[in-house]
Design a protein around this ligand. Structure first.
Ligand code: G4P
Length: 291
């Protein structure tokens, strides 16, 4: 689904999430584990304010496990509770419930001290499009609910989904806009499928992905495409070798670059070549600062 975020949409999305926030005890901020910085909304801290927050690093099955471990430590150091999960295959779902219990513990103890009867924790999911919000809600609901459109303002009556004994989840996630001022962030969003339309040119996305692999995982790159790229080869050389190796040629027997580009982007998006994390803690530092 193509999403064009105009200032009006952003304001509306923010308003809607702010309204939903009033109903919940904590927020699950869903990020793509491959790009924990780039997949966060630029104003998330400003929107959530001091509401207890759990960061869910989804799609861990496609991220580099060593980098995910580093990001987990980073979030912990920032005082945010992180959970790495794979919503598609239902991995670590229990930890989502545990995290909600942990971040709301104090609040519920306070309520109990005032003599209020215990009740379920109320939570909502927020995140940019395509990070897996609907997949996670369906998993937690243990049934298939209708996918909400990837735009704010797709109104329907909100309902609470019971998740285990202690948690109730809003069935409608808060959909927030991605970062799009920064070129590199745009490439990472496209490379991981968060943006699938033509905001970013696919050739630049493929080049970014190939150069990343050339730098960090040359052996796998060569093995996967059956090519012999060296450290200093240009991206054109990589395109040519992949094209030849896969027989991607057009009528004039020239390399069909368009097909090579599509193949490379698809392979990286689906983690067919390897499990990569494109945001490195050391490089991006603060993951949730307002830009
Ligand atoms: P959204 O509500 O945040 O917009 O995202 P949605 O749940 O629609 O998920 C976007 C895509 O990400 C879907 O793939 C979904 O299957 C996939 N996905 C969600 N969580 C995970 C995960 O933990 N691991 C992996 N590998 N994939 C995940 P799709 O290609 O759009 O659809 P489909 O192939 O599942 O039909």
């Amino acid at each position: 689904m193509t999403i064009q975020w105009f200032p009006g949409h952003m304001a509306k999305a923010r308003r809607e999430v702010t309204e939903q926030l009033k109903m919940v005890d904590c927020v699950f901020e869903l990020l793509d584990a491959r790009i924990p910085y780039s997949s966060s909304n630029p104003m998330i801290s400003d929107i959530i304010k001091d509401k207890p927050r759990v960061v869910l690093l989804n799609k861990m099955d496609m991220a580099d496990p060593r980098e995910t471990a580093k990001w987990m430590k980073h979030f912990e150091a920032e005082g945010v509770y992180p959970v790495a999960l794979d919503a598609k295959n239902g991995k670590n779902l229990n930890m989502v419930i545990k995290a909600a219990e942990a971040v709301t513990k104090e609040k519920f103890e306070r309520l109990a001290a005032k003599g209020l009867r215990p009740r379920a924790i109320r939570a909502m999911i927020v995140g940019i499009p395509n990070v897996g919000k609907s997949t996670l809600i369906n998993r937690l609901a243990k049934k298939s609910l209708a996918k909400t459109g990837n735009m704010p303002g797709v109104t329907k009556k909100q309902q609470w989904i019971k998740v285990g004994k202690t948690l109730e989840l809003l069935d409608t996630p808060g959909i927030l806009w991605p970062k799009f001022e920064d070129q590199v962030v745009g490439k990472k969003l496209s490379l991981t499928g968060a943006i699938k339309d033509s905001i970013v040119h696919l050739d630049e996305v493929a080049i970014y992905g190939l150069e990343y692999m050339q730098m960090y995982d040359l052996e796998t790159l060569n093995k996967h495409y059956n090519i012999t790229i060296e450290e200093n080869d240009s991206y054109l050389e990589i395109f040519d070798q992949i094209g030849r190796s896969r027989g991607m040629k057009n009528k004039g027997n020239e390399i069909d670059y368009e097909s090579v580009i599509e193949l490379v982007v698809r392979d990286i998006r689906n983690a067919k070549v390897g499990r990569y994390t494109f945001d490195r803690v050391e490089e991006v530092g603060q993951p949730d600062e307002t830009e």
